[in-house]
Design a protein around this ligand. Structure first.
Ligand code: SAH
Ligand code: SF4
Length: 410
């Protein structure tokens, strides 16, 4: 595919285009979404509060913002009535703009969202019997061009800000109606149950939407800190998984500074095949990647690393591939589980999904070697919400337009 030939593999760590300043709002107010407590305090001090007041108010605003999901300063009942309009004049608490909300026949929900500067990205919610997982995007598009991934064919790429990342979780909680009830100024009304993940629909987060999270490390870390903060969204790091295609130099920091579960998009066991389907492999090879996995802080038999493996017909799905996978995982003594993902097709994709018999056989070989290897059921295919299908409509249109233009000029 031409896209792959044109690709330049990003340099040492993080040369992704266009991190940006927060887009200023036309009304001059500052959006607090995505900001940490100390930054909120700074802004309040800049607006005129003395340092002690600013710290106290920042703590209160932070709690209402991230723990209660409140977007209106008037609802912040422990803040003086006169103070609330003062805040509302200077600040807002935003949400990503929803362009479209879709509901799959299997219960999966997808939101097409738009940034203030007009870029589209997506978030997917996947309900299961025992959990509900939100699949969060870290970038608009992706620089990495894995050949089986639709997101990788997107031209536009920019890092999402912490506010845009945590905003996806906030929006899902809004839509699912899952903010804790009770009033902060009457804490005795609250019961523990209202604060626990039990009984909630949204229980887990995976950084598996659009983009490569380790190429947007700082913003992903800052957003996930808000998600994990006990006074913020208060989700345990054990319920959060970050998936990387193998940005080796950032993996240790991911474990140390974020501490979430790791998933690695391995997808192939030979240099030849992985170079082809995950071009980043030309930069960080399989051995280097598996060494980084073996050294991942916090990995243990109780917290295993997930190896994702997309099943591509006649490409990476033979018995030998399965046996080599087992050998590699054992050689590097990895506390591992394998997640077999049937390839989700998209228009023009250069691969097909392995047959169900092949997938089962592959899974059996890995299971028989003592490594868990469930097959992931594709979810939300009818609304293009399944793994690797995310690619925003706006971008599709611009590409179609470009194609038409190039045909016309030819
Ligand atoms: N960029 C990160 C996270 C996002 S992709 C990464 O690559 O890990 C989430 C998962 O979906 C990855 O394992 C990715 O390889 C897989 N995937 C991408 N395209 C797919 C497709 N068409 N069918 C099935 N899985 C796909
Ligand atoms: Fe990017 Fe992940 Fe898709 Fe590869 S699989 S192109 S790293 S989003």
């Amino acid at each position: 595919m031409a896209d792959t030939a044109l690709m330049s593999i990003p340099g040492q760590v993080d040369p992704v285009p266009a991190p940006r300043e927060i887009t200023p709002r036309a009304d001059g107010r500052v959006d607090l979404m995505g900001l940490p407590r100390p930054r909120i305090a700074e802004l309040l001090a800049e607006a005129g509060l003395d340092a002690k007041q600013a710290r106290l108010r920042a703590k209160q605003v932070f709690h209402w913002l991230y723990h209660r999901g409140v977007t209106d300063f008037e609802a912040m009942t422990d803040i003086a009535k006169t103070m609330r309009p003062w805040l509302a004049e200077r600040f807002v608490i935003g949400r990503p703009e929803v362009v479209e909300a879709q509901h799959s026949t299997d219960g999966t929900r997808k939101w097409l969202l738009r940034t203030a500067d007009g870029h589209d990205f997506e978030t997917v919610f996947i309900p299961d019997a025992d959990r509900g997982t939100l699949c969060v995007s870290s970038q608009v598009g992706c620089t990495l061009n894995c050949r089986f991934c639709h997101t990788g064919t997107m031209r536009l790429v920019r890092n999402l800000t912490p506010g845009e990342i945590v905003g996806q979780v906030m929006l899902a909680r809004d839509a699912l109606g899952e903010w804790p009830k009770g009033r902060m100024d009457m804490p005795e009304e609250e019961t523990a149950a209202e604060y626990s993940a039990d009984g909630r629909l949204l229980t887990n987060i995976v950084m598996m939407g659009m983009g490569e999270p380790l190429y947007n490390f700082d913003n992903v870390r800052d957003a996930l800190k808000l998600v994990m903060d006990g006074d913020g969204l208060a989700l345990s790091k054990r319920r959060i998984t970050l998936s990387t295609s193998g940005v080796v130099p950032m993996m240790a920091r991911c474990g140390e500074e974020i501490g979430v579960n790791l998933a690695v998009s391995l997808h192939a066991v030979s240099k030849e095949v992985r170079d082809e389907i995950v071009p980043l492999n030309r930069k960080y090879g399989i051995e280097e990647l598996l060494e980084a996995c073996a050294a991942y802080p916090g990995a243990s038999n109780a917290r295993r690393i997930t190896f994702e493996y997309v099943m591509l017909r006649d490409k990476n799905d033979s018995d030998e591939d399965a046996r080599e996978l087992v050998r590699l995982l054992k050689q590097f003594r990895l506390p591992a589980k394998v997640n077999l993902i049937p390839f989700n097709p998209w228009p023009g994709a250069p691969y097909e999904c392995s047959t169900p018999e092949r997938v089962r056989r592959f899974s059996d070989i890995v299971f028989e070697a003592g490594i868990s290897a469930p097959v992931r059921t594709p979810r939300g295919r009818d609304i293009d919400a399944a793994c690797g299908q995310l690619r925003t409509a706006a971008e599709k249109k611009s590409r179609a337009e470009r194609d038409r233009e190039s045909t016309e000029s030819a």
